[in-house]
Design a protein around this ligand. Structure first.
Ligand SMILES: NC(=O)c1ccc[n+]([C@@H]2O[C@H](COP(=O)([O-])OP(=O)(O)OC[C@H]3O[C@@H](n4cnc5c(N)ncnc54)[C@H](OP(=O)(O)O)[C@@H]3O)[C@@H](O)[C@H]2O)c1
Length: 348
């Protein structure tokens, strides 16, 4: 936890740097306006004003409609939409993955759960089956650190057999390594790429063809992150891999047309266990609430931050002064807390 005085002084430095840049920018805009005034007739100036007004109005309408669409509107009947008796495949079943798995089970989907941790797999399957005994659950243990090995995915798909999978949830992801890009070892970087990018790409590649052949619609839910919205220093690999997921997901949405509902989710902080002792912080969302919100948006939206509050957070977070402050603050904070790692690298 950073001390309030350090936080305040960092904020002042940031604001003074920002103010200097702002003064230079204001002078440039002032000069440009004077040049425009001198060179353009009143008619041309009016056209420029109109273009500016239309641009601002269209941005305002777009932002308002994004906010409205993130309200808890009723969703589709997913079992009817994707096929009664079909299966949902959840890849990565920690907090958000297991919340989505339970809610899909409650909507009558049978489940295939894939994760590296066999204990977590069995525990999650037992808990879900206790709550929803009428559905089938299969578990497959797979460590995606090995996802670049030959036949890795063949072995998983051999276990899936001919199941009618209508919903794919790509929820694997690791945020490590943290720190400057060149501080991280190549093996740390390879692990992050293997877990964050490869499973999402290959599961989607193999299932999309089968999904396109189904008579009903299908769905793919891709867990990206708010870290994909703009580059986050000290979290470079995570931020870049989540941007990859976001971009590929949006490409798939266009290519799959109306046959597959593809949604990319860019949440901020998610908390799996919420209690009186450990309540939600202002900008946190519980995994259950987020899962509910994602399933409500399925088929209606192709991208979402999650809940209304997280959509508002994204809207505010995109403002240049807020974005610059947070990336600067995160950068300084992480740089200080990772000094020992940096020193080790410098010694090599
Ligand atoms: N939690 C947040 O605040 C947050 C915010 C933005 C985006 N997201 C994204 O949302 C998704 C779900 O996150 P989460 O909150 O449920 O928690 P998480 O702990 O980030 O979940 C990641 C999932 O990936 C799995 N995984 C990690 N390494 C693996 C490996 N080598 N092989 C197989 N599986 C592996 C984890 O399994 P194990 O439990 O077995 O390690 C876990 O199920 C992730 O993609 C995450 O990046 C999360």
């Amino acid at each position: 936890m950073i001390h309030p005085i350090i936080f305040e002084s960092q904020f002042c430095i940031f604001i003074s740097e920002f103010s200097e840049k702002k003064i230079i920018l204001m002078n440039i805009i002032d000069d440009a306006c004077q040049l425009l005034e001198r060179s353009f007739t009143p008619r041309v100036t009016k056209i420029f004003s109109l273009v500016g007004f239309l641009y601002v109005a269209s941005r305002a309408v777009k932002s308002a409609s994004t906010m409205i669409r993130s309200l808890p509107l009723p969703g589709y009947d997913l079992a009817q939409r994707y096929g009664v008796g079909s299966w949902a495949l959840i890849v990565g079943i920690d907090s958000l993955g297991s919340a989505l798995a339970l809610q899909l089970a409650e909507k009558n989907f049978s489940l295939v759960l894939i994760d590296a941790d066999p204990n977590l797999l069995n525990l999650t399957a037992t808990k879900i089956n206790q709550k929803v005994p009428e559905i089938e659950i299969k578990v497959i243990q797979a460590d995606f650190v090995n996802s670049l090995q030959n036949e890795f995915f063949d072995q998983i798909f051999a276990q899936l057999g001919e199941l009618d999978i209508s919903v794919l949830v790509n929820a694997t992801g690791i945020s490590r390594p943290v720190g400057m890009f060149h501080w991280n070892s190549e093996s740390e970087i390879m692990n992050a790429l293997s877990c964050n990018i490869i499973p999402m790409t290959i599961f989607t590649r193999r299932l999309a063809s089968a999904m396109l052949r189904r008579s009903e619609k299908s769905a793919i839910i891709n867990l990206s992150s708010a870290a994909a919205i703009y580059p986050v220093p000290m979290l470079g690999i995570f931020s870049a891999t989540k941007a990859y997921i976001d971009v590929l997901s949006r490409v798939l949405d266009t290519e799959a047309g109306s046959k597959i509902d593809v949604i990319t989710v860019r949440p901020w902080n998610v908390k799996s266990v919420v209690s009186k002792k450990s309540p939600l912080k202002l900008f946190e969302v519980s995994s259950n609430t987020l899962a509910k919100s994602i399933l409500r948006s399925l088929g209606r939206e192709s991208s979402t931050a999650g809940t209304f509050r997280q959509t508002f957070q994204t809207f505010i977070g995109k403002a240049p002064i807020i974005r610059d402050y947070f990336t600067h603050y995160f950068y300084e904070n992480e740089q200080n807390s990772n000094l020992s790692k940096q020193e080790n690298i410098l010694l090599i």
